[in-house]
Design a protein. Structure first.
Length: 119
């Protein structure tokens, strides 16, 4: 069935170099919408510098593109950077929200996998 979300990716697919997971949760909001909540923290236990935040965001954007490329065409991917912006990033549209890069303790992200239309 292509009209339901039947799989997600493995935890390793969400990993980013020089980070650890503070939180990692997957929840089906409906059978057509999967939410993956991840909090990335620095592996050294300190804060992310503004430059490291920018690098992590670039990695997350790259991962969202990878996810989109490996899903059926009717599954949409959206990313919400909870503590950076209220705007969603969609790898299909590739419009990156404006971010103010600053030192941060953690980066909270929501990946949404949504059945966009029915086949």
């Amino acid at each position: 069935m292509k009209n339901t979300i039947q799989r997600s990716f493995e935890i390793k697919d969400y990993r980013i170099p020089k980070t650890e997971f503070g939180d990692f949760w997957m929840t089906f909001e409906t059978r057509e919408k999967l939410k993956t909540k991840i909090t990335y923290v620095p592996e050294n236990g300190e804060k992310f510098t503004a430059l490291e935040v920018k690098s992590v965001i670039e990695e997350i954007i790259s991962k969202s593109k990878y996810f989109k490329e490996n899903l059926p065409e009717n599954i949409k991917v959206e990313v919400l950077f909870k503590n950076l912006s209220n705007d969603y990033y969609n790898p299909t549209e590739n419009e990156i929200p404006d971010f103010e890069f600053k030192d941060m303790d953690e980066i909270s992200v929501l990946f949404y996998f949504i059945v966009d239309y029915y086949i």
